[in-house]
Write a protein that binds this ligand. Sequence first.
Ligand SMILES: N[C@@H](CCC(=O)N[C@@H](CS)C(=O)NCC(=O)O)C(=O)O
Length: 239
Amino acid sequence: MSSEKSFAAGSPAPGPVPKDQVRLYSMRFCPFAQRTRLVLHAKGIKFETINIHLKQKPDWFLEKNPEGLVPLIETPAGEVVNESVITSEFLDEMYPEKKLLPATPFGKAQQKMMLEHFSKITPHLFKISSARRKGDDVSGLEAELKEKFTNLNEHLVKRKTKFFGGDTITFIDYMMWPFFERLGMFEVQHCLDHTPELKKWTERMLEDPAVKAIMHSTEDHKTFYNNFLDGKPDFDYGL
Ligand SMILES: N[C@@H](CCC(=O)N[C@@H](CS)C(=O)NCC(=O)O)C(=O)O
């Protein structure tokens, strides 16, 4: 697709997925879709993107995914897969040339356990920003976040590795990254001050070509997010 502009209700349905690629239904500022996009970029998979206007979803999108969520992957064979982690694992298996998940059952299980723990951190970030917006005292919530970051930091210290799955980037790093890219947007960047290894991990991630290729600045994230919270998201912001 030549344009990144979002498709809204009433827009014509895209044709079949071209034979040699996959199609991603996405939204440019969605942290979950960013996971799938990171995997697509990191593995060098040929894909096209259809961004969806999530406040006015086209019927043809809802037919593919009645839950109405992005990310969604569609293959030329008509297979449709949703949920960020599931789409990412699906792509990793479908294109086995550069595997992001470890080969061993235990290695895979370790990453999935870590992801399960991490899935409890993401709602906490949204909780902090919504409490702050209401003018509530967020010091208790921030203390909890620091504790969660300390656990992640400990993980890196114990393993003595640069990334969460070893000395090179793997699946788990990409699944966690979109939320770290948004620490400034959530105004919790200072919560990394006492977790030096985790902070170093964020710096290393910023050097990764896939991360660099699709990242937004904190300023852009903030603008999008504030408009979103005000009920006026601009899915085409910056285009
Ligand atoms: N658990 C889902 C969450 C995906 C999600 O929440 N996507 C949001 C955009 S960031 C969405 O599609 N929202 C549309 C809606 O809520 O109607 C995943 O990991 O893929």
